[in-house]
Design a protein around this ligand. Sequence first.
Ligand code: PHE
Length: 463
Amino acid sequence: MANRGGFSSKLGFIMAAAGSAVGLGNIWGFPYEVGQGGGAAFVVIYLLFCFILCFPVMVTEIAIGRKSQKNAVGAFDYLGFKKWNIVGKMGILCGVLILSFYNVIAGWAFGYIFEMAVGNFDIANHFSEFIVDVFKVGAYGFVFMATTAYVVSKGISGGIEKAAKLLMPTLLFLIVSLVIYSLTLENAMAGVKFYLVPDFSELNGKVIYNAMGQAFFSLSLGMGALITYGSYVGKNDNIVSSAALITLTDVGIALIAGLMIFPLIGYMTEGAMTDVGRGPALIFVTLPQIFGTIGGTLGAVVGTTFFILLCFAALTSTVSLLEVPVSYIVDEKNIKRSKAVWLVAGLIYLIGIPSLLGNGYSEFFSNFITYVGAESATDFLSFVGHVANDTLLPLGGCLIAFFAGHVWKKANLDEELAQGAPGYKGSFIQKYLNFAVSYLSPIVLGTLFVLTVLGTFFGINLI
Ligand code: PHE
């Protein structure tokens, strides 16, 4: 077991897990989901999911990982429930799917660093041409995947933990600087209002499903990423308090990212807040326009800084996504880490090619599937996102909670959580977690999973 490696400290683990959580999901995904979901009402639902339903799943994943000291599949075997390792296998599949498209978007962000550095703000009007240039953005994605693989190949404390300890504080500094800047602009308050004053008439089933998917995706839950990271956690660390810090950091950074972007949109649209529902292109189109209005060297500096920040955030997430299949292969198939890393990274890069081509280059992948009852076709990248983020992650979360509550049993979960947390037994949080993993999370998540599948893929909207 000694050669598996591990985090060198509790802080190292928290940084790495928070690094996994904080990523494109917070800075690219969250603002566009808020924009499409009608603003503050989406934010409220998202927060409820994170704290009430997802937090217990996070605690459970870390506990399963630490107890077993195994990867997402091996963990279930170790605990004596081999049949349940299907949940881990589904998680690995999910991680592979997510990384395959995530890397494409990370490649765009990486490319934007250079565009901003040379002051090419006009790219806002040419985003669709940028992403259609598949050889260029494919090369950016290639570099990104190679960087991810390099970090993972260095192992847990020497690679993942070291990178997170450097990248996370830098990210926080950059993002807070940008928030301060954007709040000083004219009409910033229109953005703040859209973002923070809820209008619940905007709520519908779709907003709720998206908020659920976003919560899971953003917290890196439901696919064993935190089982895997949990397996490298020290026996004396307090899992519950670590999970609380990770959740707070992730949610905090998503909220701050919104506070950076919506005032900028308020400024640019002179308070009208048109354009906020633009979707995935939001930060790639709207932001360069804004950096352009700042103009000159300052615009280039702010723009370059922003996309460097985005790449940092993405890198600590891609690293955790790659670690899930890698640790499985290293543990179970006895392949050396260095070899496993490059093999898996190469494979996932190839799996990502349809997502790369489906943004206008290939007609087939750009209009890949038309869901029942939908007006228009969905591209491959979005399709994978719907399957993996919005469907498989909540399903995984539901099963993991159910597993802990009814199969592995609450007493065992409690036993693991009490290690490193002397006051845990008998506390309110223990009672809440027991209730949540046994009933609340499996029932609510299971129901929403069914509703999401019906609503998204079959056009049957029951709420
Ligand atoms: N949480 C990451 C983000 O918000 C994405 C991610 C999902 C990473 C699942 C690991 C596992 O960008």
